[in-house]
Design a protein around this ligand. Sequence first.
Ligand code: AMP
Length: 115
Amino acid sequence: MSDTIFHKILHRQIPAEIVYEDEHLFAFRDIAPQAPVHVLFVPKRDYATLNDVPEDDAVVIGRLAIAAARYAKAQGFAEDGYRVVMNCNGHGGQTVFQVHLHLLAGAPLGRFGTP
Ligand code: AMP
């Protein structure tokens, strides 16, 4: 992550609306929201893509999902529902090469995944 835009957000070198941070991860509002609520959850440990996360560090991904669910509950939209997405490499549409999880919510979401 050390040369990504997310690293600069973590170190407050560029502005972002950070909504959550702990010793393992941080979360901030996406600059180009694809839903009324669009928050990115990013681990502090450096992995470029989901492909790079080793099995013995699976907790990194679990923490992202649990943090997103907790945020949804705290913000009051967990029962209405939400979507979590991780894009990987070119066909997945990944543009920032630090692994991250998108949380999308706030309205019924369309179907997804068609080319
Ligand atoms: P992905 O395409 O899955 O790699 O997601 C990267 C996300 O980062 C996109 O949804 C972008 O809109 C978002 N993004 C890029 N730059 C910023 C920024 N400076 N602040 C907040 N979100 C950003």
